[in-house]
Design a protein around this ligand. Structure first.
Ligand SMILES: Nc1ncnc2c1ncn2[C@@H]1O[C@H](COP(=O)(O)OP(=O)(O)O)[C@@H](O)[C@H]1O
Ligand SMILES: [Mg+2]
Length: 372
């Protein structure tokens, strides 16, 4: 079994470090407050939150995880959120009763699912899903909690609520968050600029609605230990220097560290030493595997975006300075700003502090090899 995994939530011994961050989540939500967590994609937010949820569940909290990514309309929100709220309930009949008394306009259906277990779903009939229904559904967790219980809700990819602008979702949810006495929320998401605007802008509903934390890189020393520990399961030795090399080619992004390590694992013989050459070969294999996609991705970008992506292969600091714009032959300040926000919105680039970077380090390597 490959001990490295990526693309899914990592748990147990596959999950390392993040003790302080877990504790902050557990203490804040457990203590009755709301929290917002920012970090670029693939830094480990969802994994961290799942880890904290495990701990909170052990402390007896009722925890509900909800991902906004698949939400594209009020109707899809209602369908998916109702399902998420029901999924942790041991007594579905009781849940359905609370549902009926809180969400007046739609009918719940209790039926047998594939495994013969009772499942909850809703029947919209011809009902148009409007602000009223969404509002009633948002009241449901407080009703479920009752007087003596607390419910904790974890909203992943929260910036996607922008898709529900038409029904003023942001304002609606904010008023519920303020009213609810027995429910606390963790809001987290990858599009940090949108999230920050939501929570730090005076004119927005969520202005100062929660305390904030950011998730940084994993400490390099812990990653070196993790790589050495796991490769030793195959009696493979990896020196600190080569482990550091893996961290540097993957831009220290947790997802890509594991992806590259998994690729190396597949190609290394038991009882050997990992060399830089072996790492480079694995990098090339990953880039080759994805090259069709990368060709297309690059091809789809406007001229100014292409030019900026190439500039990012060299540096992501002070990108709006005159010097940077001149050095990399970039368009005017205004055009560059548009290109940057377009690329961020599409998840192609990200920002950490004041530094910009290409989100996928293998795409960066691809560009360095083919377009520079
Ligand atoms: N603490 C961690 N320990 C080990 N691997 C991690 C950790 N955090 C993230 N990863 C790696 O990064 C990948 C992406 O993590 P994920 O939680 O999905 O990130 P995000 O939600 O920020 O996009 C995981 O599949 C895993 O390979
Ligand atoms: Mg995630």
């Amino acid at each position: 079994m490959n001990p490295f995994s990526y693309g899914t939530v990592v748990k147990g011994e596959n999950f390392y470090d993040r003790e302080e961050e877990s504790k902050r989540i557990v203490d804040t939500l457990g203590g009755g407050n709301n929290l917002v967590l920012y970090a670029p994609r693939r830094f480990g937010k969802t994994s961290l939150v799942f880890n904290a949820i495990e701990q909170l569940k052990k402390q007896g909290y009722n925890c509900i995880y909800f991902d906004f990514m698949p939400v594209f309309s009020p109707e899809s929100f209602v369908r998916l959120y109702a399902k998420a709220l029901s999924s942790q309930q041991s007594n579905l009949q009781k849940f359905a009763k609370t549902f009926i008394s809180t969400v007046k306009n739609i009918r719940p259906v209790l039926g047998l699912g594939q495994e013969g277990k009772l499942e909850f779903s809703i029947d919209f009939a011809n009902e148009k899903v409007d602000e009223t229904i969404v509002s009633q559904l948002l009241d449901l967790p407080e009703m479920m909690a009752g007087k003596n219980q607390r419910i904790l809700i974890f909203f992943d990819e929260f910036q996607e609520v922008e898709k529900l602008k038409d029904i003023n979702f942001e304002g609606l949810l904010r008023s519920k968050v303020q009213q609810q006495q027995h429910v606390n929320y963790l809001f987290f998401g990858s599009k940090t600029h949108i999230m920050q605007a939501m929570f730090n802008n005076k004119n927005r509903a969520f202005y100062h609605a929660a305390s904030q934390m950011t998730l940084g890189y994993l400490p390099e020393k812990d990653t070196v230990d993790f790589l050495q520990r796991n490769f030793s399961k195959k009696s493979v030795h990896i020196s600190e220097e080569i482990a550091q090399y893996i961290i540097s080619v993957t831009a220290n992004i947790p997802h890509y560290i594991q992806l590259l390590a998994a690729e190396i694992w597949q190609n290394v013989e038991t009882g050997t030493n990992i060399t830089q050459d072996m790492v480079d070969k694995s990098v090339l294999r990953v880039v080759d595997m994805k090259s069709d996609y990368y060709v297309e991705l690059f091809d789809h970008q406007s001229k100014s975006k292409k030019q900026f992506l190439l500039a990012l292969c060299s540096s992501g600091k002070n990108i709006f300075s005159e010097d940077y714009i001149r050095r990399y032959r970039l368009p005017s300040y205004a055009t560059l700003q548009r290109a940057v926000s377009g690329l961020i919105n599409d998840g192609i680039i990200d920002r950490m502090g004041s530094e910009y970077f290409i989100s996928d380090p293998f795409f960066k390597l691809f560009l360095k090899r083919t377009a520079l």
